[in-house]
Ligand binder design. Structure first.
Ligand code: ADP
Length: 270
């Protein structure tokens, strides 16, 4: 059974001439690590937001989204808030407390965990994220990368099953971005958290993800392993993907999804 399923989902923002999503279908199994790729404006953010009802956009929606076999919009709010975490691009807007320690326990307090349990979980998380040196700091003193890690840690403390991320490293420097993505990988591997991430840093993510879903102008045009996607695009991707990816094939992937002359660069869906 799929944990998340999108069936023929279309979405139209009011007064927009074209749909932001057009008949999008895909399945996500528990523990999957999925990267959503596509040019800016292709619909990645709209899709992620539709999976999290508190931040779903307003507009004309058709199709079905199921979480755990239930229509996602009918999901109990507390279950949705706890089980589906979301991380956005700008870490500034997501931190709500003045101090790192307060930030880490804020969400847990609202979920009604016991004090003893919270202490134990926070200690585990601080260790996992290596946040010891930051605990007493004010959140405004942190770098962008540190803010995004604290943000991730505070969401992880709520014990989500699914983590949705909308270009979370867009404002981070390359070193911080790599650290952040490495942490996501560990969360996926060690806690089995399902990850769906929209990102442009495909170089790192293609080495980790189970699947890449390529979206073009609101359509899923490719849904396969990163290897298959890359093979489809580049001719010589037989070797180690990680070393291969900075090559022109990946640039092609990132930039050429702006369709030229009405031609799709990818036509085969395996
Ligand atoms: P991506 O995340 O891939 O950049 P988006 O989901 O943000 O793509 O956008 C998909 C399409 O929907 C684009 O054409 C964009 O202009 C449009 N769009 C996004 N947000 C809004 C909005 N709030 N109102 C109207 N149109 C929007």
């Amino acid at each position: 059974m799929a944990l998340l399923e999108s069936k023929n989902v279309s979405f139209h923002y009011p007064d927009e001439p074209h749909p932001a999503l057009d008949n999008v279908s895909f399945c996500v199994n528990e523990g999957d690590f999925i990267v959503l790729c596509g040019a800016s404006g292709s619909g990645k953010s709209t899709l992620l937001r539709l999976l999290k009802k508190e931040v779903s956009p307003h507009g004309r929606f058709s199709g079905d989204i199921y979480y755990n076999d239930q229509p996602i919009f009918k999901l109990d709010s507390e279950v949705a808030a706890k089980e589906l975490g979301i991380v956005f691009q700008d870490p500034e807007n997501q931190l709500v407390m003045d101090q790192v320690m307060e930030e880490l326990i804020f969400g847990m307090e609202n979920m009604g965990f016991s004090t003893e349990y919270m202490r134990k979980k926070v200690a585990e998380m601080i260790h996992f994220f290596g946040l010891d040196d930051l605990l007493e700091k004010k959140t405004y003193e942190l770098s962008g990368g540190q803010k995004q890690l604290v943000n991730l840690a505070s969401i992880l403390l709520l014990e989500p099953r699914v983590l949705l991320l909308d270009e979370p490293t867009a404002q981070l420097d390359p070193v911080a971005a790599k650290e952040f993505i490495g942490m996501l990988h560990r969360m996926n591997e060690e806690f089995g958290i399902t990850v769906i991430i929209a990102e442009h840093r495909l170089e790192e993510l293609f080495a980790l993800a189970d699947r890449a879903i390529i979206i073009d102008r609101g359509n899923v045009i490719y849904d396969s392993t990163p290897r298959n996607v890359t093979l489809q695009i580049g001719k010589n991707a037989e070797n180690n993907l990680y070393s291969y990816l900075p090559s022109p094939a990946i640039l092609y992937l990132e930039h050429s999804l702006n369709i030229q002359n009405g031609e799709l660069p990818l036509t085969v869906k395996e």
